[in-house]
Design a protein around this ligand. Structure first.
Ligand code: SF4
Length: 343
């Protein structure tokens, strides 16, 4: 019997925590990274003539960011103007959904969270609940809308396929060890920077460093490219402007009981695995190599942030995770995902 991917019941990853405490990071470039739907564009064009940014040569439309503040045109110190004047349900889809995501699996809909938000990665936060997440994951007609689906055949490695139930049982041990935050590279059982098909890590670094412009995402790309260049070729670092410094400074003021950087990294890795988005590119063994690579990059960036700013090292780790989470869904990194051999 074929077991299909289901949206219900909704499932929360053990240990996942989130609460919007208003650090304001999610309205600054994050949604520029996420594309608007055609429905979003129709609605926004009624509200304002200057709400949408379409990059030349690209199909995707994104929210317009103000050049002086680097934030969405609807953002102010009082919050989102659409939320205040028209209601939260009128906000564009990426804004309603952030930071939640949904993957349909044979056991139900897995709720995952993106780690590109200080309200997800820093401070004492309450557990993620189905009740809080559900309204963010439904369409305007109340349907749960998964971004990704997994069937009853999961590749643990390129030579070992498991039923979803078998996979989930093994995965629970892996996620538990990651959340504990000890010896993450050992837990991943993978070495970073594998040999790539049809490209090299030096070329990947060059492409990321070539993302110019004043946007926060461009600066994040250069931090990421610098880290690869340093780790692979011992190149000098070129970027020093922290893309989301304002939000992390604000969050730093409310963090009174810091956890270890490894817990910040482990929590992020656990969500990456739980989301199962990696199945688009091959096996879990391949995904572990990709994650070990982004972990090495995040640790390098966190080390630089620690040197350049006098703050707690878990905040540097969260800021580094922010960068590797955002660039991890960029076009250049999608190409890297395809260039990592399946194992
Ligand atoms: S539309 Fe509102 S919630 Fe979305 S990015 Fe802009 S200010 Fe933030």
């Amino acid at each position: 019997m074929t077991v299909l991917a289901r949206r219900e019941p909704l499932l929360v990853r053990p240990g996942a925590r989130f609460d919007c405490v208003g650090d304001g990071l999610c309205c600054s470039d994050i949604h520029a990274v996420g594309a608007l739907s055609e429905e979003d564009c129709e609605m926004l064009s009624v509200i304002s003539e200057d709400a949408i940014d379409r990059h030349e040569g690209e199909d995707a439309a994104v929210l317009m960011m103000r050049s002086d503040t680097g934030r969405c045109v609807f953002w102010s110190e009082q919050g989102c103007a659409i939320h205040a004047k028209l209601g939260p349900e009128m906000k564009p889809t990426p804004c309603i959904q952030f930071p939640y995501a949904l993957t349909a699996t044979p056991a139900g809909g897995r709720i995952s969270t993106q780690h590109r938000c200080t309200c997800r990665t820093l401070g004492p936060l309450p557990p993620v609940t189905v009740e809080d997440a559900r309204p963010c994951l439904v369409t305007s007609d109340g349907e749960l809308k998964p971004e990704h689906a997994v069937l009853d055949d999961v590749a643990w490695s390129s030579v070992e396929s498991l039923s979803f139930a078998e996979y989930a049982e093994r995965e629970a041990g892996l996620i538990g060890a990651l959340i504990e935050g000890k010896n993450l590279t050992t837990v991943l059982e993978a070495q970073p920077f594998p040999e790539l098909r049809d490209t090299t890590w030096s070329e990947v670094a060059d492409e990321l460093l070539d993302f110019h412009g004043p946007s926060r995402a461009a600066a994040a790309s250069r931090w990421f490219g610098d880290a690869i260049g340093f780790l692979v070729d011992r190149r000098e670092r070129t970027e020093s402007q922290r893309p989301w410094a304002d939000a992390f400074e604000r969050a730093g003021e409310r963090v009174v009981d810091p956890v270890s950087p490894n817990r910040v990294f482990g929590d992020w890795l656990a969500d990456e695995i739980w989301s199962m988005r990696w199945t688009r590119f091959g096996s879990l063994a391949r995904a572990r190599v990709e994650l070990a690579t982004r972990l090495a990059i995040a640790r390098r960036i966190a080390g630089w942030l620690d040197i350049s700013t006098p703050k707690q090292d878990n905040i540097s780790a969260a800021e580094a995770v922010m960068i590797v989470d955002v660039i991890g869904t960029s076009d250049p990194w999608e190409k890297v995902q395809e260039a990592i051999p399946n194992i």
